[in-house]
Design a protein around this ligand. Structure first.
Ligand SMILES: [Zn+2]
Length: 114
């Protein structure tokens, strides 16, 4: 499943980060999930609970935050309000998806560093 490979990649990244900083433990992770990322938060949490056993994340709480998709005009930067056609009313340019709307982002890691 999609969520499982995402969680696997996430934990690998956190492990690398923890090693780099000489952390003893990871206390918490926060992750942003874009509205259009196609990630189910419930499945993601379940996958995380399955994978974290025996990893540096075993005792780390996961905080998930959903980020709504935001669109804007690539030419004049005007924001396209939700529910509107995805085209700039002024320039007729097709709207562009702004930051993180379709991404899964590791927002923060709480590490215990000696
Ligand atoms: Zn425009």
């Amino acid at each position: 499943m999609h969520e499982y490979s995402l969680v696997e990649a996430l934990i690998t990244r956190v492990e690398a980060e923890a090693r780099k900083r000489g952390a003893l433990k990871v206390h918490g992770l926060s992750v942003r999930i874009g509205e259009l990322a196609g990630v189910d938060a419930g499945l993601f949490q379940t996958a995380y609970d399955t994978f974290r056993e025996g990893t540096v994340c075993a005792g780390a709480a996961l905080t998930l935050r959903r980020v709504p998709a935001r669109w804007s005009c690539p030419t004049c930067r005007a924001a396209i309000p939700p529910g509107q056609p995805l085209r700039c009313p002024a320039c007729a340019e097709p709207a562009r998806l702004d930051d993180g709307g379709d991404a899964l982002t590791l927002d923060g890691i709480e590490l215990e560093v000696p």
